[in-house]
Design a protein around this ligand. Sequence first.
Ligand code: IMP
Length: 180
Amino acid sequence: MLNDIAYVLLSAQEIEKRVSEIAAQINSDYSGKEPIIVSVLRGSFIFMADLVRKLDLKCTVDFMYVSSYENRSVTTGAVKIVKDLDIDLEGKDVIIVEDILDSGLTLHYLKELLMTRRPASIRTCSLLDKPARRKAQVTADYVGFEVPDAFVVGYGLDYAQKYRNLPFIGVLKSDIYENE
Ligand code: IMP
């Protein structure tokens, strides 16, 4: 698996430090509140697990499974809801947790959708931001790292459902997806 990685972009230590900083910011912003943390599956599962364990808040968690990539390294723009939330968002403070903001289509779509459920507030948190490829007018309220225009894997992010279990974030060798 490691042979498929061109280079390590963000080490496990760097990620851990930044996740702590984001959690501290959320702890301060939501002090005394009980936000609902919405994890966008599958890519955010590791970030979500690390982030919520650093939150000193009586938060609840829920999961939404959306699919847009269908095993390819370019986005189709279509967002399919495979699993919706179970929790009612009305009157609640919601934080959407994403792995990466790429075209921005997924987060834009999800934010609009969840707004229709009349929450008290919605903020977004993305571990990575790849602004070079943005198509939708969307920015995240909390961002871990800005990354270059390269296909990255690890710490929850996949290529064709693989590499999610890498403890760091690395750039995938281009021949892995070019030889498809
Ligand atoms: P969007 O293009 O912002 O809608 O991103 C949709 C989803 O594509 C993200 O939540 C990721 O799961 C996936 N994605 C985008 N860029 C990458 C990447 O570089 N590596 C792995 N997954 C990616």
